[in-house]
Design a protein around this ligand. Sequence first.
Ligand code: COD
Length: 290
Amino acid sequence: MTIKSVFDPVVPNEKVTIAIAGADDPIILEVVEQALELGIADFMLFGREELIPITSPNVQVIATISDQQAVEQAARAVAEKKADILMKGNLPTALILKTILKKEFQLRDKELLSHVSVFELPAYDKPLIVSDVAMNIAPTEEEQIQITHNAIEVAHKLGIKRPKVAILSAVEKENPKMKSSIQAAQVAAYFKAFPEDAAVEGPLAFDNAISKAAAVHKNITNEVAGDADILIVPSIEAGNILYKSLVFFAGARVGGIIAGVKVPVIIASRSDSVDNKLASLILTVGMIGK
Ligand code: COD
């Protein structure tokens, strides 16, 4: 039996339009061409018009003169429901994040917005969700709880009914000198009140979160150890380095989205390949389930 990948393209029943801010980039244009060939979306492309040489009945090019203008107009397009999904093109991540936080666009849904990455790895037999590698810089306990809630919600949308969540640190026992280990224990304790939504354990180190052998070796017997669906990282630095290690050294396919917004927002790293940017797009179109 072939196992279904979260990155298998699904052609939606209803038309889906993606607004890309900063589409004047060869890699983004290649992603658009491939998505058009798969028939999974129509596009509104915001950027320098002379650098967007696409003519297709499924594509509307909107000329903008700066990154700021591109991102604001693309955000307005989704806010006004002219597009269903907002996607970051070739512009800084912080710029699109600052824009979606602006009250005028009314895109915020949850109290905290967070970035959620979904990986498929040759060395892991199921999708691996990691958060937050790109938005929240140094989450407090409260923020990490929200980040965990958002990641669990994404897992539910992907059909993982009761995800196993590891709150990561560098150790699996609380160490007062290591703040992330204490916070991980507190976040895990909070989620004991919601056992039906997810199994949450922490602190766990990366190895004993994802390797049964490592967990057994250290006598860690909880149900998450060695079999995590979700990894919650302690900081953006830890998450970003993990993300890029998995992509550059471990052959990962990855899709990235912002959770906690009213409309899906796709944020892939600028260094991501065409394949991984397309993966983000397929994942998001699949999740809105049109
Ligand atoms: N969710 C909800 N509200 C938020 C969030 C959030 N994640 N972050 C900030 N806010 C609210 C604040 O409460 C405040 O009301 C307002 O937004 C502005 O807050 P600031 O001043 O902290 O926000 P900004 O605009 O200076 O910064 C927000 C960013 C998300 C841009 C910032 O946190 C950031 O730069 N993150 C890292 C982005 C990045 O560089 N990623 C690169 C790795 S790929």
